[in-house]
Design a protein around this ligand. Structure first.
Ligand code: DGL
Length: 263
């Protein structure tokens, strides 16, 4: 059976791949990281829509059976403005559903500037639980810190405090990690928030939704040999080697080196 296509602006979306692998060990995955155009989180909506459309077309041309838009920014801005005949999932709705389920009334959204400006998370949350209070916090330094490999650095802890303290002071009980890179910062974010705050990972929730929907659509790989044969193939639009090392940090050893593609 064919692969699940996953795309992100860069390598951070591999957090979604890691979550998919845990839930769907029999599925092969074709991953596209648009590393040549990263970051999406500071770009305009029209630009992100255009890039997303091209990425979907690329994955469809490689014969995937369904697509996961792992990038929160692309999910927030482009999901309802792009066309494809394949089943497509984003990460906003699953993250919002879980936050609405666990929150006792006040939710903080941590995401890129563009995702926060789009209002996609508050809209999704208010459709599910209109009475929820929702506050967004753009955390633009988090992505470069993760890419530098500084997830567990005192500098990152200080920056996390600067971003999160106002949310904690205003009484949020739940925070959504609404960006591909943020699950890698979870231990640092947890040290800032303490244990009383619920942390919701959009990556983990999206993987759970995809697993359920694939089964419902009859697209799930059921062969018992599949887990042994399943593979992850990586494509990147830029060939920079730092992305390869970050991919290793998230996925462990890679089956094949990333393929450099033009999209
Ligand atoms: N993938 C983006 C997101 O989840 C973060 C990196 C970027 O800004 O492109 O919003």
């Amino acid at each position: 059976m064919s692969s699940i296509g996953v795309f992100d602006s860069g390598v951070g979306g591999l957090t979604v791949v890691a979550a998919l692998r845990r839930r769907l060990p029999g599925e092969s995955i074709l991953y596209l990281g648009d590393t040549a155009r990263l970051p999406y989180g500071t770009k305009s909506a029209d630009t992100v829509v255009r890039y997303t459309q091209r990425n979907l077309a690329f994955l469809a041309s490689r014969g995937v059976k369904a697509i996961v838009v792992a990038c929160n920014t692309a999910s927030a801005l482009a999901l309802d403005r792009v066309e494809t005949s394949l089943p497509v999932w984003g990460v906003i709705e699953p993250g919002a559903q879980e936050a609405a389920r666990v929150s006792s009334g006040s939710v903080g959204i941590l995401a890129t500037e563009t995702t926060i400006r789009s209002g996609a998370y508050p809209r999704a949350l208010s459709r599910i639980r209109p009475e929820l209070e929702v506050q967004g916090k753009a955390c633009p330094l988090f992505v470069p810190l993760v890419e530098e490999g500084w997830e567990d650095d005192p500098v990152t802890f200080e920056i996390a405090r600067r971003y999160l303290d106002p949310l904690l002071e205003s009484g949020v009980d739940t925070m959504v990690l609404g960006c591909t890179h943020y699950p890698l910062l979870e231990p640092t974010i947890r040290r800032v928030t303490g244990s009383r705050i619920q942390l919701v990972s959009s990556a983990e929730e999206a993987a759970a939704h995809v697993a359920e929907d694939l089964a419902r659509l009859g697209l799930r790989e059921n062969s018992t040999d599949a887990a042994g044969e399943a593979r992850v193939d990586l494509c990147m639009t830029d060939s920079a080697s730092r992305f390869e090392s970050m991919a290793r940090r998230i996925l462990g050893e890679l089956e094949t080196p990333p393929e450099h593609v033009n999209v």
